[in-house]
Design a protein around this ligand. Sequence first.
Ligand code: FPP
Length: 266
Amino acid sequence: MLKKLWNFLSRSRGKKDTVDDIESVMQAVDRERLPKHIAIIMDGNGRWAQRRGMPRTYGHKAGVESLREIVRACNELKIPVLTVYAFSTENWKRPREEVDALMDLLVEYVYKEIDELDRNKVQVRAIGRIHKLPEKCQQAVAFARERTKDNDGLILNLALNYGGRSELVDAVRSILQMTADKKISIKDIDEQLISSHLYTAGLPDPDLLIRPSGDFRISNFLLWQLAYTEFWYTDVMWPDFRKEDLLRAIYDYQNRERRFGGLKQK
Ligand code: FPP
């Protein structure tokens, strides 16, 4: 009962009306004010599987189904960028079988989905230390990037072997290299320059961060880019996350007031 009330309250936070069914949420979402960039921490796969008495990898497989649905939905809505956290720099600490299963799933996802992604004009990219992934994953990523590089639909950023801190380390190294090579001087270093050395260079910062499965952490995801992002969370586990949940998140986002450190617009 309490949980139901909590879910209801967190789902309807900031809403003018409650929109419970998918049709109402669809109608309530303003197509003119969609987020330009949505980031998702695809969390809860392991717990979802274990609650069903299944191995964690079963949850990751189910998580791929959610990813497929959310990519389709974002593309249909004409959201310009979707970034999904698929494997963090810390995920190597997991048991070998789970890491291997995740790498296999990535490869399977790319080769199974590429025709549909390409047909729907999705442009696949990857962010993270991709060169440290197993060879087969690097090949799959390179293949997807190359095949879809001219597409003008949704930009799907797969965060793989990604860590916000290592991204900043890489950016600092690359900027210092430029100063050492005398291409820039220290006074040229500003926020714009740092942004342009991140893996997400050229992309807008996320407007909306979605974290399913009830945790309230950033987990080393897009540390620089999330400075003014609206955070939306839900108890729904990632394998159960559907288009309806995405629309709820967007609707909620649209009813928030973003001030970026300034004051309310009169
Ligand atoms: C976090 O849930 C999820 C991951 C570490 C992996 C996410 C991967 C997928 C959804 C599928 C593979 C991705 C691609 C791009 C094909 P968790 O396992 O930490 O869940 P828990 O918190 O319940 O343990």
